[in-house]
Design a binder for this molecule. Sequence first.
Ligand SMILES: Nc1ncnc2c1ncn2[C@@H]1O[C@H](COP(=O)(O)OP(=O)(O)O)[C@@H](O)[C@H]1O
Ligand SMILES: [Mg+2]
Length: 427
Amino acid sequence: MAAMVVGALLLGGLALQTFSPEQFEDENAQGARSAQRVAEALNAALAAADNPQQTLNAFATSLRAPAAIAFVPSGADWQGAASDTYRGSVPAWFTALLQIPELGSSHPVAIRTAHVGDIVFRPDLSAEILEKWVGFLAIAGSSAALMLLAGLSAYFTTGSALRPLEQLGAGLTRMRNGVYDAAIPLAGPPEIRKSCAEANELAATLKRLSRDNRDLLRKLVAVQDDERRELARELHDELGPLLFAIRANATALSDPEAEGPPEPGSPAHGILAATEALQQANRRVLEGLSPVYIAELGLAASVQALLRNAQSQAPNLQVESRIDHRLNDLDGLLAQTTYRVIQEGVTNVLRHANATEMDVTATVNEDQIEIEISDDGIGLPQDLTFGRGLTGMHERARALDGDLQLCREQGKTIVRCGLPLDHHDAQ
Ligand SMILES: Nc1ncnc2c1ncn2[C@@H]1O[C@H](COP(=O)(O)OP(=O)(O)O)[C@@H](O)[C@H]1O
Ligand SMILES: [Mg+2]
């Protein structure tokens, strides 16, 4: 727009430069002719006069007032004085731009062939230059104002036409980020209104699908937990008594005379040792399958027990923990999920991290539970693929509208999980 204004001004300047010299000449041609006639008349009057010097003096006195036509006695310079008359308040560059032609003229006056002076014509152009200057300013000002107005109206018109498109774009971005509730306002031309309405429909469908998906995940998690509980019950009720029976019978098989445990190396001792190992493995599997303590001990104590167990499995690992006692107020799926996430995170550190330190925190905030398991081990592999553990953690977190992040910060591998407290319970 600025370029257009400058262009218009340059064009105006060029037109002034081209046409104004001719215009000046036309406007002053009459004056120049009058000067010539005055000179002719004066010469004729002087030739006819008895006392020409007196006639000339009377004539010069009558023309004394500043005027375009004057009598200049011979020897006086009039050109320089005249050239300054049309400067006034107009800038010099503008006067130069006008290329004012030489308009003055002089006509000799003689008394009996003796040259006594000249009738000179020196037009005062200041009024005409000022008029052109004012015209130029008016055109420049109004064209600049017009362009500004045109620019402003284009800006506002385009802005209001683009706003619905911007809102549509923002709505689609929200949808990509999983926010489906804020509807896109229906505005703008019919095609855009239609697109906005369809995008809103799409958001409603995505919201429904996402809810279905979450419900399915919840059911999946619940089914998994039920199965694990069932399996744990079977292992506990069926395998437990049988192992106990084997143990008792192995003891009875050994020399009935001998007091105390069977002798090392004897078959009975072998059976007893194997049975004990089986019982221990059974207890470990049972613990993994079903966190039976949550209901009895509360979540915080169950997590502490889990950590103690981890410590006993890895005596060289330094385990730090901050477990919020308010976890005990939780129950149901939320408590189960919190326990499982910590359990899987800790198991992964023991299995994969090769760490010297492990830090476990679980805090209950205003609106969510924050879980963090960090270790100073080797870090997640470059080509990490989720196994059953991380997949299960992820599914459990999503089932409760929570989120799970795995990252490496300041030499630590961190598993972070946020579980909202106000999740909607599965129907
Ligand atoms: N704390 C950790 N440090 C290093 N690697 C880890 C850690 N946690 C998980 N991983 C990597 O992530 C992979 C997937 O873990 P997961 O899904 O629990 O399956 P699994 O433990 O059965 O291998 C692991 O095989 C391991 O390579
Ligand atoms: Mg694992």
